[in-house]
Design a binder for this molecule. Structure first.
Ligand code: PRX
Length: 635
């Protein structure tokens, strides 16, 4: 029996039991069999959730790019590593072999070195979905620099906050990007961000849209001429197992974004292991994850997990609606995609369009379908199953987080029977616990509670960059000796998990994690706004959308409310990005507050969701009368 590739349910249970009985032995066996180590570990695991401190494979040395690229060269040198599918279907797709990838990563790594980047330095990557994005991550990893990718849909303010938080000395970007029919001036956004980032000394600019952009003397450099000059081999930096690999920001319910820090060996082993099992990847398969590399899904399951397995991974620059709503299905047919991994929000959007878009394409190559990022509703699940999977391809509903680094709860296709809306069973090595309000673990089945993980797994984030205390407070303080996910879940009669959603003030819109605090801060910057509160409400396509309650200063009262709404959304777009725009903005004279002055979001959420009948007792509020006003003026 191999621990590495599970093929049926009985095998899953055997492997799972083994992984729980002796996790260290289990993860040692996985690491022994499948990776290239410059030096083996002295100790598989040491951990203490009270500090919290977790170390996997201590004493080991490696370079993750040797595992993702070099070691495939003898057997898979001519195999395609990355298929780049451009935004415009008339532009030819690019097939990058492992040998070419090696060369391009080495050249890029040498450019970074020539520009003074050293092991441990932070490099911010703000690029569209073009090959340079994947290559720049790997180039950083090659020389031991810590990459911090910022999703290229974020605004200049969001970008500068992230650059400064982790003190990046370099930004890698492009002259612009294509998104459907639009061209976006990425370099302009970077220029604006860098007004506030004195620490950035160099900007490398990839050419994508050939636009005429300003280059700042001494700071901005075109990437291609530097690559042309660079040496084609780059000796990998030998890293310790716990050396940082990357920082990736995620929203919290309060405060500024959290820079989750992931380290090298555990992340590599776990993403490789989960990729292989969750997608049942076989040597000749073509795998496609539609996420952007700017999110954790792209890091783990476009770049590191697939490449560590020598897989062929598709990198798509465009959007599902361009040039029409058949684009995903056209790409599946064109590249004969075997595993397809996307978000429920994309499925819901495409399910609204004519079935012709799907039916005119041959999707017979598909073996496994996946979803990630938010709960998938039953209707979307069935549509996906019937129209894309033709009822023959299992759907893996994968639950995980930026913080977990890799998939935690998911069916194993062709092994775990699936049920719509259930993420089903924990992967080997993952030990979930459901907790009650008093902090006790709820044992047994047919129960629900707050989802925690009670034992370390190799890919867990080790800290929040620059703020370990916040890491401890956010994830390890709610329940003793457990990692708290922030999600609620139920466990059914056979032990299957269903994620019921966030239990904090994080709202998931179109699969994107949005904290209420930064959005409220942005709204409050409008000169006419006195105070605001944001809640989520159900939305057909996005899953959840944002509902804002806004108190105006007296000066705002005479203003045109629709204009104010536009202005508020404009500020949000500038401060965070268009993904955080509000669908509804209700102006109100007050917000329901407790006697200690805390906004009662629970009440606001119920009103936004039209659940007026169970608002609970409002009489103890500081200002109960405002609730009636809010109900009467509900949008
Ligand atoms: O609430 C859960 C939801 O997304 C959150 C994590 O968001 P993020 O860190 O952006 O990572 C998303 C991609 C891994 C979780 O706390 N979530 C993620 N996957 C699922 C999900 N909710 C329900 N079902 C899922 N499959």
């Amino acid at each position: 029996m191999s621990n590495y590739h599970i093929k049926h349910l009985e095998e899953y249970y055997q492997v799972y039991r083994k992984s729980v009985r002796d996790p260290e032995n289990f993860w040692e066996e996985v690491a022994e069999e499948h990776f290239l180590w410059r030096k083996k570990w002295d100790k598989v695991l040491s951990w203490d959730f009270t500090k919290p401190e977790v170390k996997w494979y201590e004493g080991a040395q490696l370079n993750i790019t040797e595992n993702c690229i070099d070691r495939h060269l003898t057997t898979r040198g001519e195999k395609t590593a990355i298929i780049f599918e451009p935004n415009n279907p008339d532009e030819e797709a690019e097939h990058i072999t492992y040998r070419q990838l090696h060369e391009r990563v080495c050249e890029f790594a040498n450019v970074l070195k020539d520009q003074g980047v050293k092991k441990g330095d932070r490099v911010c990557i703000y690029l569209p979905m073009i090959p340079e994005l994947a290559i720049s991550l790997l180039a950083c990893a090659r020389i031991g620099a810590i990459h911090s990718v910022v999703f290229a849909g974020f605004s200049s303010t969001a970008l500068s906050t992230r650059i400064n938080d982790s003190d990046c000395k370099m930004v890698i970007t492009s002259d612009g990007s294509y998104r459907g029919g639009k061209e976006i001036d990425l370099k302009g956004i970077v220029d604006e961000a860098l007004h506030d980032c004195p620490g950035v000394k160099t900007v490398l600019v990839a050419k994508r849209i050939n636009s005429d952009i300003a280059m700042k003397e001494g700071r901005d450099k075109w990437l291609q001429p530097l690559l042309d000059e660079a040496y084609r081999d780059c000796v990998p930096e030998i890293m310790d197992a716990e050396d940082p690999l990357f920082i990736l920001y995620t929203s919290g319910s309060t405060g500024k974004p959290k820079g989750m820090l992931h380290t090298t060996a555990g992340y590599m082993v776990y993403t490789a292991y989960t990729f292989k099992n969750v997608f049942q990847y076989r040597e000749k398969d073509v795998y496609w994850c539609t996420a952007d590399i700017g999110w954790i899904t792209g890091h783990s399951y476009i770049v590191y997990g697939p490449l560590a397995n020598g897989a062929t991974t598709v990198l798509f620059e465009g959007v599902p609606s361009y040039p029409d709503f058949g684009r995903f299905w056209e790409i599946i047919e064109k590249h004969k995609v075997n595993q397809f991994y996307t978000a429920p929000t994309a499925i819901r959007a495409l399910a609204k369009e004519s079935l012709d878009f799907v039916e005119k394409h041959d999707l017979s190559s598909i073996k496994v379908l996946g979803t990630v990022g938010e709960p998938i509703n039953e209707e979307a699940w069935h549509w996906y199953n019937v129209n894309v999977g033709k009822k023959k391809s299992p759907i893996v509903d994968t639950w995980w987080q930026t913080e977990t680094g890799g998939i935690m709860i998911s069916p194993i296709p062709y092994a775990t029977p699936t049920i719509p809306t259930y993420a089903t069973l924990p992967l080997p090595g993952v030990q979930p616990a459901l907790m009650d309000e008093n902090g006790n673990e709820i044992k047994g089945n047919q129960v629900d509670g707050r989802l925690c993980i009670k034992f370390p797994w190799p890919a867990m984030a080790r800290t929040i960059w620059g703020n370990h205390q916040r890491y401890k407070d956010t994830y390890f303080s709610a329940y003793e000796n457990k990692y708290f996910t922030g999600d609620g879940a139920l466990r059914d009669e056979v032990g299957y998990y269903r994620i019921t959603g966030r239990v904090d003030d994080v709202i998931i819109v179109s699969g994107h994690n949005l904290g209420t605090a930064p959005i409220e801060d942005a709204i409050n910057e409008h000169p006419a706004v006195a105070e605001s509160a944001i809640v989520g409400f159900p939305h057909d396509i996005k899953g959840s959308a944002l509902y804002g309650y806004v108190i105006l200063k007296v000066t705002g009262e005479s203003r045109d409310q629709n204009n104010l709404r536009k202005e508020i959304n404009q500020i949000i777009t500038e401060q965070i990005g268009p993904i955080a725009k509000l669908d509804k903005i209700q102006f109100t004279s007050g917000l329901p507050k407790t006697r200690s002055g805390k906004i009662m979001r629970r009440i606001l959420r119920k009103i936004a969701c039209n659940e007026m009948e169970n608002l609970g007792d409002t009489s103890t509020l500081l200002n109960p009368e405002v609730v009636q006003e809010i109900i009467e003026n509900k949008l």
